[in-house]
Design a protein around this ligand. Structure first.
Ligand code: GLN
Ligand code: ZN
Length: 763
């Protein structure tokens, strides 16, 4: 019998029950016992689903309040001093919540811990904060309690914990310089004994297998870290009464492969969807270890080509027998929960998709097929037919799109003239003062705006009434910007619920789910669109709104688009062609939109690319190829315009050091970025690179409700002017204003304009 298991199941619940319960608890509307009850019933439901699908082991520890790394920090007693409560032994749930969000129904509020992206996913974890002499102890029992809980329901629990090296790598602390600082390795002497206690305790609960996640093994690791693996796992394995399954995911092990295979663990999991390590090298080095292969994509929503997977598995099964295990590629945390609830997708499209629950079935069909169980043939056959239909569907392939893509090879990727000439022409056309002021695009989204959009979508508001209401919003927004004397105006984006969804809904090739939520962080979930087919633009998407806005003012109004890389990055992307190709299709659609905006008299066009950086591959060796096509797509969208049309871009982060060359290669006339929280230090990358084009370093943090002072913003801009030529500088907030209230926005922008005036007066 093939052993089937799972690295983790989404904890949010098919209807985001966990979100609702946590938010109600935080708001004081739900008791702690009620919250705990919701957690318990979700765990039971998810274990039952996995067991019913035929999995031999169910993961425990994948359930987390807020975040699994935070849970583990609490288990290890890694609670920064500012959260420590005298009576807090063991670490309480409210302390966990205070670490995540700064406050909880009980306990003293304190500055929340930092949150950052989980590898190259859209999930965010809470960064552990360690001191140079950090101690560890078992300080929270929930993992052990959940193991008992799973056993008592008749399941075979496989606890999932982060490995010690991955845990240290993901942590930060004042005494450490970076993720792979060797100084962190000194903490292993304190940490390993606690891991041994954890394993000991799990063994005493009857646990046979423990999954230890070491995803950093797919990164480029320094030798010192790789060597530490051998030492650490010798110490863990020697003391463990449980069997250890070392899990890696999100890529191939490459240079780390042989070291990993040497570790004295009982099994190793490899991601076979995103990793391509040579199994011919792996098998002879297994030495009796279990090889768990992740063959179902945990990061996307497409049904698996089971025939292709089986073809690859059969010889492996012959070589390895029951030493071969099967699983999804990574935790299903990154998949939506259950396709069965989708009642608004058509049957054909639905037959191409697989969410977490469906992926478990795929896994079990694979296992049974490998075991020679012919009762799965019907399931395999229907899967085969669905995939066949998808491959040949006329909804996916549009010859005119492929033709256009082929022709695009010969389109120039350069503006007509270099920046120095363009900017002179633009200044002539736009007549902007020094230190021009602008905003990033969105203005506050009031309840009236949201209601209007919702009613229109639901058919309760007709097109004419909806258009009138949006036009009123635009008119108010323009009037306000004129009053406050901003220089380059925006229409305010009232018609957009989300910067990707808005465009996806107007482009061919996109589909939307009702419940396809994926956890982003804490109680926040996102519902990415699905790019299933060739992308093209049936008609202009933003032109009428922009034209209307421009008709109300003599000042330039920026046309506002989301860039091709960001649309790609924040969607589930088709797996039947390279990402770069899908991105180019989007780029061509946007190119038409840019052209139409220009023809409509829009002189300034902004193409937001906030997701450009997060698309960076995990391995540095793959960066260049990615940045090459990403930059190419941006340029394909933008370079068709006349020299005196000004192209802006926007990115809401500020770590530009490692991608500054690519940023410059975008050749946008103006880039607006987030810098206010770093005191402009992050402009160093631009200074050192001698970044040539215009730049608007954000002068205030739109995430904070506090009103930024004039002096503060003038000081920040003076700092910027020490690093970059004054005449290249713009004055703007860090990001869009849609989450702010009007009361906050008015004061902030008035101060910002005042700051620009003072800068001009200072010469
Ligand atoms: N134009 C968008 C806005 O202002 C940009 C949002 C973003 O960068 N995330 O809302
Ligand atoms: Zn932004």
């Amino acid at each position: 019998m093939t052993t089937l298991h799972n690295l983790g199941f989404p904890r949010i619940g098919a209807r985001r029950e966990l979100k609702q319960a946590q938010e109600a608890y935080w708001a004081g509307d739900l008791q702690l016992t009620e919250l705990e009850h919701v957690g318990k019933s979700l765990r039971q439901r998810h274990w039952a689903l996995q067991a019913e699908a035929g999995l031999n082991l169910v993961p425990v520890g994948d359930f987390a309040w807020y975040d699994q790394i935070l849970e583990f920090s609490c288990l290890l007693g890694v609670v920064p001093g500012r959260f420590v409560q005298e009576d807090d032994q063991p670490v309480s749930l409210d302390t966990l919540f205070r670490m995540a969000r700064g406050r909880a129904p009980s306990g003293t509020p304190a500055a929340a811990c930092e949150m950052t992206k989980w590898f190259d996913t859209n999930y965010h974890y809470i960064v552990p904060e360690l001191t140079a002499d950090q101690t560890f102890r078992i300080a929270r029992d929930s993992l052990f309690e959940q193991v008992d809980e799973a056993s008592s329901h008749g399941h075979n629990p496989k606890p999932v914990i982060p490995g010690p090296l991955t845990y240290l790598y993901l942590s930060k602390g004042d005494s450490f310089t970076g993720a792979d600082d060797n100084a962190k390795l000194a903490l292993l002497d304190n940490l390993i004994p606690v891991y041994r206690q954890i394993l000991h305790r799990l063994a005493s609960q009857g646990v046979e297998w423990v999954q230890i996640d070491e995803p950093i093994l797919v990164l480029d690791l320094p030798d010192s870290w790789l060597r530490a693996y051998l030492r650490v796992y010798d110490q863990l394995a020697a003391a463990s009464d449980c069997k250890l399954l070392l899990a890696t995911y999100f890529g191939a092990l490459q240079n780390n492969l042989f070291t990993t295979l040497e570790l004295p663990v009982n099994g190793i999991h490899l991601d076979r969807v995103r990793g391509n390590d040579d199994l011919g090298q792996v098998i002879p080095r297994l030495g009796g270890k279990v090889l768990s292969l992740g063959v179902i994509d945990g990061r996307n929503i497409w049904r698996t080509d089971l025939d292709a997977v089986l073809d690859a598995l059969v010889p492996l099964r012959n070589a390895l027998g029951e030493q071969l295990w099967l699983a999804p590629s990574c935790s299903l945390l990154h998949s939506p929960v259950d396709l069965d609830q989708e009642d608004s997708l058509d049957d054909e499209l639905k037959s191409w998709l697989s969410f977490a629950k469906q992926k478990l079935n795929e896994l079990s069909w694979l296992g049974r097929a490998l075991d020679g169980d012919s009762s799965v043939n019907a399931a395999l056959q229907s899967q085969r037919e669905a995939l066949q239909a998808r491959r040949s569907s006329s909804r996916i392939h549009h010859p005119e799109v492929s033709q256009r893509l082929a022709d695009a090879a010969t389109i120039s990727r350069d503006r007509h003239s270099p920046f120095a000439e363009r900017i002179a022409q633009q200044q002539n056309a736009l007549k902007l003062p020094a230190f021009p002021t602008t905003t990033i695009g969105s203005f506050p989204q009031t309840r009236e705006i949201r209601t209007a959009r919702r009613d229109w979508k639901a058919g309760k508001l007709n097109d004419a009434a909806y258009t009138r209401q949006m036009q009123d919003e635009i008119a108010q927004c323009i009037r306000y910007q004129e009053e406050v004397e901003l220089d380059v105006l925006v229409h305010g984006e009232a018609e957009r619920n989300d910067m990707v969804e808005y465009f996806g809904e107007l482009l061919d090739g996109f589909a939307f789910t009702r419940f396809g939520w994926v956890q982003s962080y804490g109680s926040r979930c996102v519902k990415p669109p699905i790019i299933f087919g060739d992308v093209q633009r049936p008609q202009p998407m933003t032109v009428e709104w922009a034209r209307y806005a421009q008709s109300l003012t003599d000042k330039p109004v920026k046309g506002m688009l989301t860039g091709p890389v960001t649309i790609l990055q924040w969607s589930f992307v088709r797996d039947d062609q390279p990402r770069a190709q899908t991105c180019r299709q989007i780029a061509l659609a946007l190119r038409d939109e840019v052209q139409d905006l220009e023809n409509a008299g829009i002189k300034v066009i902004q193409i937001d690319e906030p997701a450009l950086r997060e698309g960076l591959p995990l391995k540095q060796g793959e960066w260049k190829a990615y940045l090459d096509w990403a930059v190419d797509c941006f340029r394909l969208s933008t370079v068709g315009v006349a020299d005196d049309t000004q192209i802006h871009t926007h990115m809401c982060y500020a770590e530009f050091n490692d991608i500054i060359e690519a940023i410059a290669a975008l050749d946008a006339d103006v880039i607006t970025i987030e810098t206010s929280r770093s005191n402009m230090e992050l402009l160093n990358a631009f200074r050192d690179f001698r970044y040539p084009n215009d730049i608007g370093p954000g002068v205030y943090d739109i995430h904070s409700p506090n009103e930024p002072g004039v002096d503060w913003m003038v000081t920040l801009m003076e700092k910027a002017a020490e690093q970059l030529p004054r005449e290249r500088l713009w004055v703007n907030p860090d990001c869009g204003l849609k989450t702010r209230k009007w009361e906050e926005t008015r004061g902030a922008l008035a101060n910002m304009v005042e700051a620009a005036k003072r800068l001009r007066a200072a010469g």
